[in-house]
Design a protein around this ligand. Structure first.
Ligand code: ZN
Length: 307
């Protein structure tokens, strides 16, 4: 039998079809176009899976490292938010509160890895809480800066050989999962690195939330470098396929509102953050707790998954 010549894809979809990016990494269904987000140049091409509603940003450079230049970490790139080095005292309020929640099931002393650790502020907070804490980041710049502060940081991608099997009791990804280009492989890698009973903590936006649905293409979470947009349901499904067995979902976040307000006060010092802003944050937090099943008013979530 003669081999069939490969079918030539239509010109406008050639690049994405060639790259295999239109198959959903969670459920293998085909993805189809959802939005073109024109506030960026080039516009972001967002596709959505018909099976599990995972969304993917097909606009990405061939070399993802291009997105994480020094400017990304110093707040100069137009799609980043802050230089974390200037806000460590404020962020520490939230880091400490989060560590208290982690301690309830996976207490120190234990080995701890923060993936996408940037300068390693959270790594240092975990060390102070008694964990043997390390960090991993793609950026040479951020890792070098963090090491100058005495933090145990590694530079590299999420790649299985980076660490031995069953090396960690806790792995955290704070606003990082959405950056990873191969979610299924990343989930398997985290499972491989964790000891039995180990905890994987993922904070990312929940696209099942009313906030993301209502704001549509205007939702601020659509950014260059954010490659996948999850829901609680499809994130759990991805992790379950990789072998994770037990889940706990926190909405909006896994720490109390008081920690967030303390963070805001320190961020705005010496001026106080203003009653309006504190009230807005408090209302957002309370709205975030209005959630039942897949329904949630806001799109904030933190998923804990245990091996
Ligand atoms: Zn899917």
């Amino acid at each position: 039998m003669q081999p069939m010549p490969p079918e030539a894809p239509a010109e406008e979809t050639k690049n994405v079809a060639d790259s295999g990016r239109t198959l959903c990494p969670v459920c293998n269904c085909r993805m189809s176009p959802l939005y073109e987000i024109r506030r960026f140049d080039p516009p972001l091409d967002i596709w959505k899976c018909a099976g599990c509603a995972l969304q993917s940003n097909l606009t990405r450079p061939d070399n993802l490292g291009e997105l994480y230049s020094e400017g990304y970490y110093t707040g100069e790139a137009d799609y980043t938010y802050e230089d974390e080095r200037k806000n460590e005292a404020a962020n520490d309020q939230v880091w400490q509160a989060r560590l208290k929640t982690i301690q309830k099931t996976n207490p120190a002393p234990a080995s701890f890895l923060d993936v996408g650790c940037s300068f390693g502020g959270f790594v240092e907070a975990a060390s102070r809480a008694g964990y043997a804490a390390r960090g991993l980041d793609l950026s040479h710049f951020a890792v070098q800066e963090g090491r100058k502060r005495g933090r145990d940081l590694y530079c590299g991608p999420v790649d299985e050989p980076t660490f031995p099997a069953e090396d960690f009791n806790v792995i955290t990804l704070i606003e990082v999962m959405e950056h990873l280009p191969d979610p299924a492989r990343a989930a398997r890698t985290f499972h491989h690195w964790l000891k039995p009973g180990g905890l994987l903590l993922i904070q990312t936006a929940n696209f099942d939330g009313l906030q993301a649905k209502r704001e549509g293409p205007d939702y601020h979470y659509y950014l260059p470098g954010h490659l996948f947009y999850y829901s609680a349901a499809n994130l759990k499904r991805l992790l379950a396929v990789a072998g994770f067995r037990r889940f706990k979902l926190y909405r909006p976040v896994d720490f109390p509102l008081a920690a967030k307000l303390r963070k805001m006060k320190l961020q705005s010092a010496p001026q106080s953050p203003g009653f309006q802003r504190l009230l807005r944050t408090s209302m957002y937090h309370l709205k975030g707790r209005m959630a039942l099943g897949d329904f949630a008013l806001t799109s904030s979530m933190v998923l804990y998954a245990w091996k």
